[in-house]
Design a protein around this ligand. Sequence first.
Ligand SMILES: [Cu+2]
Length: 181
Amino acid sequence: MKYFFSLPAVLALFITAFNVQAHDIRIRDAWVRAAPPNAPALGAFMQIDNRSDAERYLVSARTSLEVERVELHRTMMHDGIMQMVPQARIPLAPAGVTRLEPGSWHVMLIGPKKVPVEGETVPLTLIFDDGSERQVEAVVQKGKQMTHEHKQMQSQQKKHEHKQTHSHEHKQDPGQGMSSD
Ligand SMILES: [Cu+2]
């Protein structure tokens, strides 16, 4: 019976450890960009504060919204074309703010069964390198016009509604994305 009593104690220790570490990470201003009902993917954005003095990483995300899968992406210039590149993790600089925003790092909800409308909220769970999790409600709202962001869905399949352009002339000032939305 010793096992019976000690297991909860061990679990409690783990939970305490996670809670302590999770205080280092704070998420603000989470939002999902409003999209047409047939959108093949939804971008989710936020600001992540890392209040620790160590580099941390966002390693995955999930949602209770019904989707095919969730990926971490970064929009970047590649061979003169802005495209989204799946990321294994998103680095969170020590004592810094990392902005997930259109044209940069973002969480991508791929293959939503039903696209939420403006004003709805999307529950997101962010998972960090130490195993801790943070939950946020991301509000669906219109983003600024971004013509380049989603035009290269990694190699495959579905064509999507985003305009095709082979320049980055519409790239936004990274400083504008979140603060004014
Ligand atoms: Cu993406």
